[in-house]
Every structure is written in structure tokens, then in C-alpha cells.
Design a protein around this ligand. Structure first.
Ligand code: SAH
Ligand code: SF4
Length: 322
């Protein structure tokens, strides 16, 4: 259980503290006004930080998007929409998989986050929203399935204690096939997204180095197995990069690969990073239409947070250890 505090006294005290932390998103023990002052002081002395406090905050989209940088160089983004409150959280500081178009990938892996560091990002967002987030996406820094045990412990806590249903917790993976199968065997059916980005191994090799280990066909097969195991929608993420993977033949080829799999495609216009350009929007539309003609379900993702480097793939902390 990702709860690193020992609460002295009778069992109901711990329940009180948990409720302040997970339901009311308290940031200090001092806020827990129904606890005796002595208990609050004792806890505050023993645990100087209740939840990690951001070292920097940035807002965008007229305050509807907020990015936090946490000590130790990882980030979370809280996004308020008319009908949902989504927090995008990190599973690692940096990432070791080196996808060439991803700012986080260029940082390399600094370290794995602990379960509590992962859960705390959701609690931070709860405080920002003033209420429980409705959706959690593990699409911030890092590869969640490369920090499997910590991520699963965090996910269980987010589910059990914060009360967010497993279906509304999305794990996005670059395509670590054995771990996708392991995830499929968990009793805990989170939503899965697999980052494909190309229908052909030549293009994918150049974008996603781990493709040499688990190529396109294996990733799609693993996504389809997960889909069959859970009956839940599984998304193939496809970041559209100008003149790299946005060509009509690639749309046709992707449609052929996905025929009969019931996998859903989410097209993500690239958030520009050095050396890679975003396709003109008619091109994204054309790609989507070609997939639809091939009977593939497609959505196009919005680009929240782009102007504060808070959009997908732009997370990279400049002030390491701030
Ligand atoms: N490591 C996991 C999850 C974090 S990345 C993964 O790769 O899936 C979350 C999503 O952001 C992935 O689909 C990733 O491909 C995408 N992404 C990375 N760089 C991006 C960029 N520059 N623009 C848009 N999306 C990007
Ligand atoms: Fe890591 Fe995902 Fe970025 Fe690839 S896209 S470097 S797996 S965070």
C-alpha cells in the first residue's frame, strides 16, 4: 500500500489521516483539524513533507491546464475540461527508452519513481481541481511498464483510496510486450494504450529504438490479446510527424494491420521537439479519413498545454534536482 506514514494511536486515527490525504487532498498535517493538536505536531515532526510539493508551477489554456515540476525532476499536468478532470502523471524521472521525437527520451533515465511519488501527483491534482480527478493517464515522463511494481502499487492505491475506477486509469506503454501480457493477467483491468507511431518496422526503428526488440507486429498482437482479455477499448497511439509517418501509404498499411483487431487509433499531432515537425492539419485529417475508410476507429487528440511544454512528449526538466 502506497501510504508511507505510521499514524500513532487507535486505528480510527489512521483512517482519519487517510481520509484527509486521499479524499480531501490535505497538504499538511496541520490541516487535519479533527486530529488532536499533539498528534498533528507529532506527525509533522516525524514526516516533514506529507506529499511532495511542486518546485515550479506553470499555467496555460486560461488556467485550465497546470503543470507541476516535483523535486527530483518529474512532472505532472492537470487538465480541466467541461466534462472531465484529467491528470497526466509520470512513472519515472526521465526515460531510458530514447524515442527520438520525445523530449523525455532525450533526458535518459534518472530514476524510477516510488509508489508514493506516483500517487502524490494525483493528490496534487485533486488539490488543484478542488475535487477528485475523474481520469488518470500515465502519459507523463517515463515508461510505466519499466517501473511495473511501483506503478501497479500506485494504481491500486489510486483505485482503492482515491476512488478512481480502473477503467479511468490509462497506462500508456511504448510496447514492452511481456509486460503488456503481465498487465493483461492482472485482476485489475486498467485501460491500455500502446504507442505505435508507424505501421512499418523501418520507420518505427528510427523513432522507437525498442522496436528492434518488440517490432510492430508483436506490439499489435499484444494489444489485441489485451483487448480480448478485458473486452475494454485498447488504443493505439500514433504521434503524427511531418514527412516521417504521415504518408497515405502508411495510413493504408496501418488499416490493414488493424483489420479485425478492434483496436482504436488515437492520432496525436506531434508537439514539436528539435528535429521533428508537425504535419499540416489537413494531412492529419487525410490520414484519419484513410483509416476510417479501412474501417478503423480513429480520434484525433487535442494539444493541451503546448505553449508551456506540458503536452505529451514535451516533458523534460531543465533544472534537475531543483
Ligand atoms: N512511455 C510511455 C508513456 C509516456 S509518453 C509511452 O511511450 O507510451 C506518452 C505519449 O506521448 C506516448 O504515446 C508518446 O509517444 C507520446 N509522445 C512522445 N513525444 C511526443 C511528442 N513530441 N509529441 C506528441 N506526443 C509525444
Ligand atoms: Fe520514454 Fe515514452 Fe518518451 Fe519513448 S515516448 S522516450 S517510451 S516517455
Amino acid at each position: 500500500m502506497a501510504f508511507p506514514f505510521e499514524v500513532p494511536g487507535p486505528a480510527f486515527r489512521e483512517r482519519q489521516v487517510r481520509s484527509w490525504v486521499f479524499q480531501r487532498f490535505a497538504r499538511t498535517f496541520d490541516e487535519m483539524t479533527d486530529l488532536p493538536r499533539g498528534v498533528r505536531e507529532e506527525l509533522a515532526a516525524r514526516y516533514p513533507a506529507l506529499v511532495p510539493a511542486p518546485v515550479a508551477l506553470t499555467d496555460a489554456d486560461e488556467g485550465e491546464t497546470r503543470k507541476a515540476v516535483f523535486p527530483g525532476s518529474y512532472e505532472a499536468v492537470a487538465m480541466r475540461y467541461p466534462d472531465r478532470r484529467t491528470v497526466c502523471i509520470s512513472s519515472q524521472a526521465g526515460c531510458g527508452l530514447g524515442c527520438t521525437f520525445c523530449a523525455t527520451g532525450q533526458m535518459g533515465l534518472l530514476r524510477n519513481l516510488s509508489p508514493w511519488e506516483i500517487v502524490s501527483q494525483v493528490l496534487w491534482a485533486g488539490r488543484v481541481f478542488g475535487e477528485r480527478p475523474t481520469h488518470v493517464v500515465l502519459m507523463g515522463m517515463g515508461e510505466p511498464l519499466a517501473n511495473y511494481d511501483a506503478v501497479m502499487e500506485a494504481v491500486r492505491t489510486i483505485h482503492d483510496e482515491v476512488g478512481i475506477s480502473a477503467r479511468k486509469i490509462t497506462v500508456s506503454t511504448v510496447g514492452l510486450v511481456p509486460q503488456i501480457d503481465r498487465l493483461a493477467s492482472e485482476p485489475f483491468p486498467v485501460t491500455l494504450a500502446v504507442s505505435l507511431h508507424a505501421p512499418d518496422d523501418e520507420t518505427r526503428d528510427a523513432l522507437v529504438p525498442i522496436n528492434r526488440r518488440w517490432p510492430v507486429a508483436e506490439c499489435i498482437a499484444a494489444a489485441a490479446r489485451f483487448r480480448r482479455a478485458h473486452g475494454r477499448r485498447v488504443t493505439i497511439e500514433y504521434v503524427m510527424i511531418d514527412e516521417v509517418n504521415d504518408r497515405p501509404w502508411q495510413a493504408r498499411s496501418l488499416a490493414e494491420l488493424l483489420a479485425g483487431t478492434d483496436l482504436h487509433v488515437n492520432l496525436i499531432p506531434l508537439n514539436p521537439t528539435p528535429g521533428f515537425g508537425v504535419p499540416a492539419s489537413p494531412r492529419v485529417g487525410e490520414f484519419a479519413r484513410a483509416l476510417r475508410r479501412g474501417k478503423v476507429n480513429v480520434t484525433v487528440r487535442d494539444t493541451r498545454g503546448r505553449d508551456i511544454d506540458a503536452a505529451c512528449g514535451q516533458l523534460a526538466v531543465e533544472t534537475v534536482g531543483a
